[in-house]
Design a protein around this ligand. Structure first.
Ligand code: MTE
Ligand code: MO
Length: 342
């Protein structure tokens, strides 16, 4: 994906490039290289790739060194249970974008298994009457956790169906009593270069200025589809998926789903989100899934669905307006030119 990052002009050329054979080949080479050196995560990096190519079964060595996920108690939200087929758990865990842990799809799994999520503090502040800081236990206990099956569509034109566990962002925002001047919500990922190799090195982290930032309009944030997720497939999140808490906005491109959040700030100005900052001609603020507006370097009309089967047997399907959530959200964008505000 991103190889060398020196100047801003390089970033525009190669940032968030469609995952490609080039990228996969590079991962193979890297995986084998690590194995040859006998580095601790060599097997993980290599296994992650082999799994994608061959659907190989888990090996217990690797399982033992993995981050431990706990079972969660939750209810199934009956309005969002019918999505099929689900993406296999293993692929959700091993094919990721989380540049703080490296830009390759297998990097986040390979280099995040020692990530510390407890203790954790999430602060909600800004234009609110009752700012609060939630600790790790509060994230899992303060709100009733429900399961919803959602489509996820990455801007790179691949997609997954994921059984998320979490609660609505609206319930959290209501609990802090927003002031009438609040118009936007700004989200920020943990900044901890000691734990996140991509923050310590611009090469590893794809040339991004960290911390990763995202944003929503307040009315978007209050839409009942928007979740703060604390888990998937019945268990707490793994680091590579954004443990302990990440955003899920199913009608927007995946990069809006900011991971490992430490701060949520209500503001009166639109936050400059990370990918817009890197290449505003390619990635906007709204970032609604839209098959009619192509990325400058590739079509957004269809997507590769990651399901059972390997890289070579996965098929393409048509991309849906608002990723299939048109009925719930089209109203939010009435009168807005979605070609201009992409
Ligand atoms: N902090 C942070 N959040 C992030 C990213 C990232 O690099 N850093 N990548 C985004 C992108 S591009 C996508 S597609 C999704 C991927 O989520 P997943 O790996 O859990 O499927 O996370 C998003 N959230
Ligand atoms: Mo993405």
């Amino acid at each position: 994906m991103l190889i060398k990052f020196r100047k801003k002009s390089d970033i525009k050329e190669s940032a968030l490039t469609s995952e490609s054979f080039y990228n996969n080949r590079r991962t193979v080479i890297k995986g084998l290289g690590l194995a040859a050196l006998g580095l601790p995560f060599a097997n993980q990096a290599k296994a992650g790739l082999f799994d994608l190519l061959s659907d190989k079964k888990d090996d217990s060595d690797r399982a033992a060194s993995q981050f431990k996920r706990s079972l969660l108690t939750y209810s199934k939200n009956s309005s969002y249970q019918s999505l099929t087929p689900l993406t296999p758990e293993k692929k959700i865990l091993q094919y990721n974008n989380f540049y703080e842990f490296g830009t390759g799809k297998a990097d986040p799994f390979a280099s995040s298994q020692q990530f510390k999520v407890d203790p954790w503090s999430l602060t909600i502040d800004g234009l609110v009457d009752k700012p609060i800081t939630l600790h790790y236990e509060d994230l899992l206990k303060r709100f009733d956790i429900e399961e919803r099956l959602y489509r996820m569509r990455c801007v790179e034109a691949w997609s997954m169906n994921i059984p998320w566990l979490g609660f609505t962002l609206a319930s959290l925002i209501k609990s802090v009593s927003p002031k009438s001047s609040a118009k936007y919500v700004r989200f920020e990922t943990l900044y901890d270069p000691k734990q996140m190799p991509g923050q310590a090195s611009r090469r590893i982290g794809g040339g991004i200025d960290y911390p990763y930032v995202e944003g929503l309009r307040l009315d978007e944030a209050m839409n009942p589809l928007v979740m703060l997720s604390v888990g998937l497939y019945g268990k707490t999140l793994a680091p590579q998926n954004g443990a302990p808490i990440r955003l899920v906005v199913p009608w927007k491109y995946g990069f809006k789903g900011i991971k490992s959040i430490v701060r949520i700030t209500l503001t009166d100005k639109a936050p400059l989100n990370t990918w817009q900052q890197i290449a505003s001609n390619e990635y906007g603020f709204l970032a609604n899934v839209n098959p009619d507006v192509d990325h400058p370097r590739w079509s957004q009309a269809s997507e590769r669905f990651i399901g059972e089967g390997n890289l070579f047997s996965q098929s393409r399907k048509a991309t849906l307006p608002f990723n299939g959530y048109q009925e719930e959200v089209a109203e939010l964008y009435k009168g807005i030119d979605l070609r201009r505000y992409f």
